[in-house]
Design a protein around this ligand. Structure first.
Ligand code: SF4
Length: 452
């Protein structure tokens, strides 16, 4: 991360403690019982429910909503968690408007889908709050040991399913805490408080999962050794690199990688200690761009502008996320790409963009420029897979495809006894719910392989 300077426009403590608390509180407060019952009773319990088809983890949505409607909240939670052990986090971070709620029959009929995400949260929160032990049991131990590299949703979903099936899972996580993006990468107001940590504890409570943190592949452990010492390996190492802007001024102080700043924010014990500029420019068009823009605004920045090189429809952020940014006072400028960052005394002071347009389907610059004053610039232009830990003597140990690990439908890699899932593999959107499904599928495939 670029170093901070003593510039007066980049400072912490812009707001009162009460304002910080309000700005970073849960964005979707949980449904109360009465509201949940009313919402659940709006459901048609469709026979060929399109919502179920749209859920990557195949949660029995009409089934759990029916359980909520009959006040069987624990039964609802168990249906959810059986399909998706991260049902609590997914209820908070899933882009439901483009998944289950986007295809809900009620959405097509009246433009008001069943609030599936909020009902899912109602049920899972209730189960966590009661803290009545872990609801799933382990099958008799098989004596097989599986190494899981990466303690995010894919890795922990795989570990949990393997533990249920009677295997022992050893999880190696490079960061100090488990949880992956739920712990380090999601906007604080989406997974507020310490929910991500509580959920990890809940998952580990099944037993048979041994976590080791601060253990990075390629530094503290190697794939060659893991394959030798374990019966199987599951790689869920995510995307460790970030794209570069490759424009002049990228190394100036005040130019930050959005992912790193969000991680810092999520680990902060005091939001007032986080230095934030008055004028923020965010470069990018995905959910990370929205997350950093909204959070810096909520930290007290006066002026926050997202600049994206194409139109609104091409942004990786959903329409709902774009609206969230705008209702938080964030400006979004389309059709402009970064040309250079200008500094004063070594610190960024302006960001210069060139307007763009499409020419026969190709993005080209128009030659016209736009300059925005900025005392902080955030790069949110995507993360990339880093293959270095998977190389031995300069050669990749397993096959890659489009820059990520190549896997088949069972999440098996080209290397014997090695599976992979989550963002480090290609073939789908980088969503928590997809990562969970990858972990689940890989665990089933590993189980079949280990039982011969
Ligand atoms: Fe209920 Fe909508 Fe799913 Fe039908 S599509 S089962 S109405 S949530």
């Amino acid at each position: 991360m670029a170093k901070e300077t003593a510039r007066p426009d980049v400072a912490g403590g812009r707001l009162t403690p009460a304002q910080y608390a309000a700005n970073f509180a849960d964005i979707h407060p949980p449904l109360a019982r009465k509201a949940a019952l009313v919402e659940a009773n709006r459901c048609y319990f469709c026979h060929d429910a399109p919502c179920l088809e749209a859920c990557p983890t195949g949660i029995d949505i009409p089934g759990f909503i029916k359980a909520v409607a009959t006040d069987n909240v624990e039964g609802a939670a168990l249906k959810i968690l059986d399909a998706n052990i991260f049902g609590g986090a997914c209820a908070r971070v899933c882009p439901t408007e483009v998944l289950c709620e986007g295809v809900c029959v009620r959405e097509a009929q009246e433009g008001r889908p069943i609030q599936i995400g909020r009902l899912q949260r109602y049920a899972t929160d209730d189960l966590f709050a009661k803290a009545n032990g872990h609801p799933f049991t382990r099958a008799p131990r098989t004596g097989k040991r599986v190494a899981i590299v990466g303690g995010g949703p894919a890795g922990l979903a795989c570990a949990h399913r393997l533990a249920m099936l009677g295997h022992d899972a050893v999880v190696f996580e490079a960061k100090p805490r488990l949880g992956g993006l739920n712990e380090y990468g999601v906007a604080e107001y989406k997974v507020a408080g310490h929910f991500a940590r509580a959920e990890v504890e809940f998952i580990l409570a099944i037993g048979g999962i041994q976590p080791f943190t601060n253990m990075a592949l390629g530094r503290d452990i190697s794939l060659v050794v893991l394959r030798r010492e374990f019966d199987a390996v599951f790689l869920a190492i995510g995307l460790a690199g970030v794209n570069a802007l490759t424009c002049e001024g990228e190394d100036l102080a005040g130019v930050h990688d959005a992912v790193q700043y969000i991680a810092r924010l999520r680990q902060a014990t005091d939001f007032a200690a986080l230095a934030v500029g008055r004028r923020i420019v965010v470069i990018g068009g995905g959910n990370t761009a929205i997350d950093i823009a909204v959070q810096t605004k909520r930290l007290g920045a006066e002026d926050v502008t997202i600049v994206y090189r194409r139109g609104a429809e091409a942004m990786g952020a959903t329409r709902h996320e774009q609206e969230l940014a705008q209702t938080n006072g964030v400006k979004i400028k389309h059709w402009a790409r970064p040309r250079r960052l200008v500094g004063r005394e070594g610190h960024v002071s302006e960001a210069e963009f060139e307007y763009t347009r499409l020419d026969a389907g190709r993005l080209v610059g128009t030659g016209e420029t736009l300059t925005l004053a900025a005392d902080m610039v955030f790069k949110a232009i995507g993360q990339v897979f880093v293959a270095d830990p998977l190389r031995e003597n300069g050669k990749e140990l397993l096959e890659l495809e489009s820059g990520r690990i190549k896997v088949d439908a069972e999440r098996k890699t080209s290397l014997d006894r090695v599976w992979a899932g989550g963002d480090c593999t290609g073939g789908g959107e980088d969503l928590t719910v997809r990562a969970v499904e990858d972990g689940k599928r890989a665990a089933s495939a590993i189980d079949r392989a280990l039982r011969g």
